[in-house]
Write a protein that binds this ligand. Structure first.
Ligand code: GLN
Ligand code: ZN
Length: 756
C-alpha cells in the first residue's frame, strides 16, 4: 500500500509564495531571486511530502495557475500576446490588460485561467513537467509529474469557432460541438504523448494526469474523445494514473476500463464511487488510488472508519491499493499548528493540509496493524465521538420551522404597493451595491485596532466619520437609496463569522483563491446563532444622518455557507437554515429600528450548484428556502439581493423562487446573455438593477455607455422594473474613480427619466 498525496498548498506556512510573487510584480526582487525563491519553496514542499508519502509529486508549483501552465505546455498562446517571451508574457496572459478570462474551478473557490484555443496547431512549447522532473532529480528527488489531463484541459478551455455563416465572425466559446471536440482531441493527443515520452526518457516511471472532468455529466462524444486521447497516451509506455475528484465519476464502467495503470477516485464527496467499487468490482490489473481523506474540509478523520473502508475495498480489489486525499489539498490552509485562539476543543478536531498528510500515513500504519497507529486511532475516535458545538435552542428552532416561515406574508403584487407608498422612489431609482472604497487609511485603522494600537472607541469613531462622509457624498450626487459604505468590514463572509457563535475564524488559515490572492475561510464548527446585533449600530447611525432610505446590508446564508468550511455530520440544508435564522433576527432588529430596505447579498448562490444536473433540484430547494427564511420581513420592507455574475440562463427559475423584491446583477461585461435569460422567462415581475458599469475596471464610464445598457434592458423588461446601479461593490476602487462614475450614473438616470 502506498501513501499518495497531491496538490499540497503552494502558499507556504508564512505565505512565502505570495510574497515572492508580489515582490516580483512590484520589482522589489529580480527574476533570478524570484526563480530561486520558487525553487526553494518547491524543495521544501518535496521534503514535506517525503516525510509522509511514498511518491513525491512534481509540476505542482505554478507561478500563477496550472491551467495556464497546461495551455503553455501545448503551445496555446493567443495571438494578442505575440511571441512567448518567458515570464513577461506569462504574467501578461495571467493578469495583463487583455488577460485570459478567469473562472471558478469546478465547484470550488479556486479560480483558473481559461485557455483559449485559437488554432488546433498544438505543439510542445514549455515542457514544465520535464523541467521540474529534471530539477528535482538534480536535487535528489525522484518525482511523479502531475499534469492536467488532456480531456479536462479541452473541456475547460474555450476554442475559436465560426459564429456566422456569412460574415467572417469568430468567437471563443466553450467547445460544445462534438466535431470540434473530437478534432481537437485528435490533434492534442500526440502533443501530450510527446511530453510523456520526454518524461519517460528522463527516467520517470509514472505520471499522474488530473482529470476531474470525468465527474461532470458526460455525453457519448466525450467518451469518444477520451478514447482517442487515451489510446494514444497508452502507447507511450509510461505508467499513467488518472485522478478524478469533487464528485463521483460519471460512468463507472467506462472509467475503470480506460487503458491506464491507476485510477484515483474521490470516496468522500458522496458514496457512489465506493458503492460502485464494492458492487461492480475493480479491474485486476489496475491500481486503485482511494481518495479517502477529505481534501475540501478541515476535519480530522476517524481513522478506524477509513481503515474499515480499505478492508472492504481490499476484499474486491486484487491489484494495489493506495491511500490518498479525495482531491488536491490546496483547498485547505497549510497547518493548524499556529492557531492558538480557536474556540475550546476545536483545534483537536481540525486537520489542515499538513495534518492530512499525517492522517494518510496513519491509515496505512493502522491498516497494517501497527499498534501505535491503532492506539492513536482509538483515542482519536473517542474525542471525535463526543458531542461538540451543539446549541439546543438553535436545534429546537430548526425543528419547529413551519411552511409559512419560508413564505412572506403577502405576495409580491401586494407588497410592492406598500413599499411604493412608503419609499416614494422615482422611475429608475439609483443606488449602489454596498461597499465604498476601502482606502489605505481604512485598512490602516483596522489593523491598528486589531493590534490594540487604538481603542475600540477610537476605531468606532473613525468608522462613524467615514459613514458621515459617505452619506454626505451620496446626498451630493443625488442617489435615491443609500448605503453605509461597509467600512467596518474586511471580507463580507468573515465579518459575519466574527459575529456569530458556532463559526470560528483563523489567524493564519490562508487559502489561495487565484494568483496571489488569499482568503481565510471561516469554519462552521457548531450550531450557528447570532451573538447579538451584527450590523445594527452602523446602519442605524447612517440612517440617522439622512432622510433617504439606507439599505441594511447582510451577506446571505448560502454565500456564508459556500465560502466557509462546514461540518459534515449536519446536513447542509440545516446549517443553511441555522445561518438564515441568525440573519432573520438581524432583519427583524433592522426593521424595528426603522430600516425600510434590506439587501441580502448572495454572490455565491450560483457557484454552489452541484456538478451533476441530477443533484440540482435538491441544492436549489434548500438554497432558495434558506434565502426565503432569512428574508421573511414585513411586507412593507423592501428586500433586495445581489449576485455578481450573469450566467442566469439555466438557473433563472430558481432565482425567481427566492421571492425578493429587487435584484441587482452584473451585466456590463456580458454580451447580452443576461437579457436573453429574461427574454425567455415569461412573467418576470421583480425589480432589477442591471449593473450599468463594470466596477472591475478603473475607467470612468460615460453616460452614453451606461445608457446603452439601460436601453438594452428596456427592450425586454418593463421600465418600471428597472433600477440603476454599478455591477458590484466599490471597495476595490478609488474615490477618484468612484466620484465621477456615480455622478455620471445619476445624471444618466435623470436624463433617461426625462426621455421616456
Ligand atoms: N455588498 C457587497 C459589496 O458591495 C457585495 C459584494 C459582492 O457581491 N461580492 O461589497
Ligand atoms: Zn457583487
Amino acid at each position: 500500500m502506498k501513501v499518495i498525496a497531491f496538490g499540497y498548498p503552494k502558499l507556504g506556512e508564512k505565505r512565502e509564495f505570495k510574497r515572492l510573487l508580489e515582490g516580483f510584480w512590484k520589482g522589489e526582487i529580480s527574476e533570478e531571486e524570484f526563480l530561486r525563491g520558487m525553487q526553494d519553496l518547491n524543495l521544501s514542499r518535496a521534503k514535506t511530502y517525503s516525510e509522509f508519502c511514498d511518491l513525491i509529486p512534481s509540476n505542482e508549483l505554478s507561478y500563477y495557475d496550472f491551467m495556464l501552465d497546461t495551455a503553455l505546455m501545448v503551445g496555446m498562446v493567443p495571438q494578442r500576446f505575440g511571441k512567448y517571451e518567458g515570464l513577461k508574457t506569462y504574467f501578461e496572459m495571467a493578469r495583463g490588460k487583455n488577460a485570459l478570462e478567469m473562472t471558478k474551478w469546478f465547484n470550488t473557490n479556486y479560480h483558473y485561467l481559461v485557455p483559449e484555443i485559437e488554432s488546433s496547431e498544438f505543439k510542445v512549447l514549455i515542457n514544465k513537467p520535464l523541467e521540474e522532473f529534471k530539477f528535482f532529480k538534480e536535487n535528489g528527488f525522484t518525482t511523479v509529474p502531475h499534469i492536467v489531463g488532456p480531456f479536462t484541459f479541452l473541456r475547460l478551455s474555450k476554442a475559436l469557432r465560426k459564429v456566422s455563416s456569412e460574415l467572417p465572425l469568430y468567437e471563443v466559446e466553450r467547445i460544445e460541438s462534438p466535431d470540434q471536440f473530437l478534432n481537437l482531441s485528435q490533434k492534442l493527443a500526440p502533443v501530450y504523448a510527446e511530453v510523456l515520452r520526454s518524461l519517460k526518457e528522463e527516467g520517470a516511471k509514472r505520471v499522474h494526469l488530473e482529470e476531474p472532468a470525468f465527474v461532470l455529466d458526460m455525453e457519448d462524444w466525450h467518451w469518444e474523445a477520451v478514447s482517442i486521447l487515451y489510446k494514444e497516451l497508452s502507447k507511450v509506455g509510461i505508467d499513467i494514473a488518472l485522478f478524478t475528484y469533487y464528485d463521483s465519476v460519471s460512468d463507472y464502467e467506462k472509467f475503470v476500463d480506460l487503458p491506464v495503470k491507476g485510477l484515483h477516485m474521490d470516496l468522500v464527496s458522496n458514496t457512489d464511487n465506493l458503492r460502485n467499487i464494492l458492487e461492480k468490482g475493480f479491474p485486476k490489473d489496475k491500481e486503485l488510488i482511494a481518495g479517502l481523506i477529505n481534501g475540501r474540509q478541515p476535519w480530522k478523520a476517524d481513522i478506524l472508519e477509513k481503515v474499515k473502508v480499505v478492508e472492504d475495498i481490499s476484499r474486491v480489489v486484487d491489484g494495489d491499493i493506495s491511500v490518498a486525499p479525495s482531491c488536491p489539498l490546496y483547498h485547505l490552509p497549510v497547518t493548524v499548528e499556529p492557531e492558538d485562539e480557536l474556540p475550546e476543543g476545536l483545534k483537536e478536531r481540525l486537520s489542515f493540509a499538513k495534518e492530512k498528510l499525517r492522517e494518510l500515513r496513519l491509515i496505512k500504519d493502522a491498516f497494517e496493524g501497527k499498534s501505535e497507529a491503532l492506539e492513536e486511532a482509538k483515542r482519536r475516535r473517542e474525542i471525535l465521538r463526543e458531542t461538540f458545538g451543539e446549541n439546543q435552542e438553535v436545534r429546537r428552532r430548526i425543528a419547529s420551522l413551519k411552511e409559512e416561515d419560508f413564505r412572506r406574508d403577502l405576495p409580491y403584487e401586494e407588497r410592492v404597493k406598500l413599499q411604493k407608498d412608503r419609499l416614494n422612489l422615482p422611475l429608475f431609482p439609483t443606488t449602489t451595491i454596498g461597499s465604498f472604497p476601502q482606502t489605505p487609511e481604512v485598512r490602516k485603522m483596522r489593523t491598528a485596532y486589531r493590534n490594540g494600537k487604538i481603542s475600540e472607541e477610537e476605531y468606532k469613531n473613525f468608522i462613524k466619520e467615514k459613514i458621515r462622509e459617505v452619506i454626505a457624498f451620496q446626498e451630493e450626487v443625488g442617489l435615491d437609496v443609500f448605503v453605509h459604505g461597509e467600512f467596518e468590514r474586511t471580507d463580507m463572509v468573515e465579518f459575519f463569522a466574527f459575529k456569530m457563535d458556532g463559526i470560528a475564524t483563523t489567524k493564519h488559515g490562508w487559502v489561495l483563491s487565484y494568483g496571489s490572492r488569499v482568503y481565510r475561510p471561516p469554519i462552521i464548527y457548531g450550531d450557528v446563532s447570532r451573538k447579538g446585533p451584527m450590523t445594527l449600530e452602523e446602519i442605524t447611525y447612517a440612517q440617522s444622518l439622512t432622510d433617504k432610505p439606507v439599505k441594511g446590508m447582510l451577506t446571505g446564508p448560502v454565500t456564508i455557507l459556500n465560502w466557509s468550511y462546514y461540518r459534515e455530520d449536519i446536513p447542509k440544508r440545516e446549517i443553511a437554515y441555522q445561518i438564515a435564522l441568525a440573519l432573520l433576527d438581524e432583519v427583524r432588529d433592522l426593521e424595528k429600528a426603522g430600516i425600510k430596505v434590506i439587501q441580502i447579498d448572495e454572490p455565491a448562490f450560483r457557484e454552489g450548484t452541484p456538478l451533476k444536473r441530477k443533484d440540482w433540484a435538491e441544492y436549489f430547494d434548500w438554497a432558495v428556502k434558506a434565502f426565503r427564511l432569512c428574508s421573511k420581513a414585513d411586507p412593507k420592507t423592501q428586500i433586495h439581493t445581489h449576485m455578481c455574475y450573469s450566467e442566469f440562463n439555466d438557473i433563472i427559475e430558481y432565482i425567481y423562487q427566492m421571492d425578493f423584491d429587487v435584484i441587482s446583477i452584473e451585466a456590463s461585461r456580458s454580451k447580452g446573455e443576461i437579457i436573453s435569460a429574461f427574454e425567455r422567462f415569461k412573467g418576470w415581475d421583480r425589480q432589477i438593477g442591471i449593473g450599468v458599469y463594470d466596477i472591475h475596471s478603473p475607467a470612468v464610464p460615460t453616460k452614453e455607455e451606461m445608457k446603452i445598457v439601460m436601453e438594452r434592458a428596456m427592450k425586454v423588461l418593463p421600465k418600471e422594473l428597472l433600477w440603476v446601479n454599478p455591477d458590484c461593490g466599490l471597495k476595490t476602487r478609488r474615490w477618484e474613480e468612484v466620484r465621477p462614475a456615480l455622478k455620471n450614473m445619476v445624471e444618466m438616470a435623470r436624463e433617461l427619466r426625462e426621455e421616456v
